[in-house]
Design a protein around this ligand. Structure first.
Ligand SMILES: C[S@@+](CC[C@H](N)C(=O)[O-])C[C@H]1O[C@@H](n2cnc3c(N)ncnc32)[C@H](O)[C@@H]1O
Length: 213
């Protein structure tokens, strides 16, 4: 495990109550926009199921609920008890009848039926092993299911990317992430119909793709 990711679960427990503020600041005010972007790119059937790994305190859920059908379902998974406690409080306060949160390591989540989409929002680089995390996500997706990721991943095709990469690296020290460019290659190898969109000068990239049919 990378040194930046040691004791992550305790750190997320401690950060849970102020997570939304921390996310707002570290994303340079972009967090809401990122959540909306995830939602706008989500593609599931009317009665489909989307799983969000590393859902935190349900920060993305309100945006997802705005785009899915009332009969579709959201399952949020997070290994931090404090994050899930906040997520469940939001669920109760807002009457989210089609949302379920589970406190567990994402690798232990195995749904009875394969799902239509898996989302990692600001969460993939928080996982100690991105290959293992992606393999697990792909294993629970239906053929043709959607993989949707937003994260800070180093880029190398614009003149200013060394600057954005420096910010990504500094941020990783604070949040305990491991941002590596190899994530792109792995997704290209394992999935099809890969599309990428950079945001905030490349500090964030949205990746969407599908499992082979
Ligand atoms: C940066 S937060 C992202 C929260 C939210 N998705 C967002 O976009 O703001 C990353 C989350 O991933 C969770 N996480 C990290 N590793 C995990 C694992 N192996 N299984 C489940 N959750 C994990 C952390 O507890 C944390 O809540």
């Amino acid at each position: 495990m990378d040194i930046r990711q040691v004791a992550n679960r305790n750190k997320y427990d401690l950060a849970a109550s102020s997570y939304d503020l921390i996310a707002f600041m570290l994303s340079l005010g972009q967090a809401r926009k990122l959540y909306e972007e995830v939602a706008q790119n989500l593609d599931i059937p009317a009665d489909g199921t989307v799983v969000e790994f590393g859902c935190g305190p349900a920060s993305v859920v309100p945006s997802l609920l705005r785009v899915i059908d009332d009969s579709a379902k959201i399952i949020g998974i997070d290994f931090s008890q404090q994050m899930i406690a906040i997520a469940n409080r939001k669920k109760a306060a807002n009457g989210w009848h089609n949302v379920q949160f589970e406190c567990m390591d994402m690798y232990d989540f195995s749904p009875a039926q394969k799902v239509d989409a898996v989302v990692f929002c600001l969460a993939l680089t928080a996982m100690p092993d991105y290959q293992k995390a992606l393999d697990h996500a792909l294993s629970i997706l239906k053929p043709g299911g959607q993989l949707l990721i937003v994260d800070s991943i180093p880029l190398h095709f614009k003149w200013y990317h060394p600057l954005t990469n420096a910010y990504i690296y500094l941020k990783s020290l604070v949040v305990g992430a491991k941002p590596v460019a190899e994530i792109f290659e792995y997704i290209d190898q394992k999935t099809i119909a890969v599309e990428k969109k950079t945001m905030a000068l490349g500090v964030y990239t949205l990746i969407k793709s599908r499992t082979p049919q």
